[in-house]
Design a protein around this ligand. Structure first.
Ligand code: NAD
Ligand code: MG
Length: 360
């Protein structure tokens, strides 16, 4: 097992990465303020893993309640969030009850937001079971639900007590979900870690075959990058925005196509190609780097073009992005392989041209 620390002063917490962690009563139950937890999961993940996690808590003498939500990005909404509050209140849960998110990024984001709100804030533990959640959403304390007019628009910063990543849980993940998670893994290499990007180019086949050693290495290096960025800029006033490479375009794709039609990582891959295309148009990177990025995504069977929504519709959707400041669109662009910057300088005409070049 590997342990990383997210260094945030009094909000610091460990990330545990290894095999068989879902059964580790010691890791799950350590330091609970009260021997009572509410596990939040969904109808897909609960049949696979809930019994084991409940048993681990029971072994540690912890009462484990649960609430099982419907599965899907389109349930990342108010009515479904409210079911967590119904369960908490129905069981008379107190401020010392810990929430446990058992599932992918949707469950993690919703459980975290519920934990931020219930009685003005209760502790929570992330037990991510998708690759995307393990390398990205479970670390860093961003929690949210969607609004019909924008993804993740209603939310809070609320850091977990710890993150338990059981790499074995990826064995049951559908291939399309696994590949979607790889988009965020590749992102870390592109924005700040050239050696990792090169490692990925060499080891991608092993990763696609879900070799335990390759998985462990990729997840560890991804989490290390995420933890460093979050420690440096918890509330996204600077460097953290770089994690959104491809996301402004990607969110437009996700919202424009309808939540759940494009997976997050698929939209990020196509969005990253738009960002790379734009960086090339600005003269910051050359065509060979754009092609190199495209090859990596294509090896993962990830899309390198977005849906043909029309440039105007893209720009309209992108104008809702949380990175918009004073009406100016701020985009994460590439300066080189392994180096990204946030820029508000791209002329709208170039943004539109980059979108048009990467749509079908
Ligand atoms: P998801 O939570 O919808 O999970 C994908 C699918 O896999 C679901 O059907 C789920 O039930 C299923 N699943 C989960 N674990 C499984 C397992 N081990 N075996 C079999 N099936 C399993 O999607 P996701 O990609 O994990 O997360 C996407 C969400 O994360 C989006 O809502 C996105 O906004 C959010 N996100 C948040 C952050 C953040 O910083 N908070 C970062 C990135 C993404
Ligand atoms: Mg993301």
């Amino acid at each position: 097992m590997e342990t990383l620390e997210v260094d945030l002063a009094e909000r610091s917490y460990p990330i545990f990465i290894g095999q068989g962690l879902l059964d580790r009563a010691d890791l799950l139950a350590a330091g609970l303020p009260q021997p009572r937890v509410l596990i939040v999961s969904n109808e897909t993940v609960a049949p696979l893993y809930l019994t084991r996690v409940r048993a681990a808590f029971a072994a540690a003498g912890v009462e484990a309640l649960d609430v099982v939500l419907p599965d899907g990005e389109h349930f990342k909404d108010w009515p479904t969030l409210n079911r967590i509050f119904d369960a908490l209140l129905g069981h008379r849960c107190e401020r010392a009850t810990t929430l446990v998110a058992l599932g992918g990024g949707v469950i993690g984001d919703m459980t975290g937001f519920a934990a931020a709100c219930y009685q003005r804030g209760v502790p929570f533990i992330q037990v991510p079971t998708t690759l995307l959640a393990q390398v990205d959403s479970s670390v860093g304390g961003k929690t949210a639900i969607n609004h019909p007019q924008g993804k993740n628009m209603i939310g809070a910063f609320h850091q977990p007590q710890r993150v338990l990543i059981d790499t074995d849980s990826l064995a049951t993940l559908p291939a399309r979900e696994f590949r979607s998670g790889l988009a965020e893994v590749i992102k870390y290499g592109l924005i700040r870690d050239l050696p990792f990007l090169e490692w990925l180019e060499v080891n991608l086949d092993a990763l696609l075959a879900r070799s335990p050693a390759a998985l462990a290495e990729a997840i560890l290096r991804s989490c290390r990058n995420k933890a460093e960025v979050v420690a440096a800029d918890e509330r996204e006033s600077g460097e953290r925005a770089l994690l959104n490479l491809g996301h402004t375009f990607g969110h437009a794709i996700e919202t424009g196509a309808g939540y759940g039609v494009w997976l997050h990582g698929e939209a990020v891959a196509a969005g990253t190609m738009m960002a790379a295309e734009l960086s090339q148009r600005l003269g910051w990177i050359d065509a060979s780097l754009v092609a190199r990025i495209g090859r990596l995504f294509e090896r993962c069977s990830l899309p390198v073009v977005g849906p043909a929504l029309g440039e105007e519709r893209y720009l309209e959707l992108m104008a809702h992005d949380k990175k918009v400041q004073g009406g100016r669109l701020r985009l994460v662009l590439l300066r080189a392989a392994g180096r990204a910057v946030v820029s508000a300088d791209a002329p709208v005409a170039d943004v539109a041209a980059a979108i048009a070049a990467r749509c079908r």
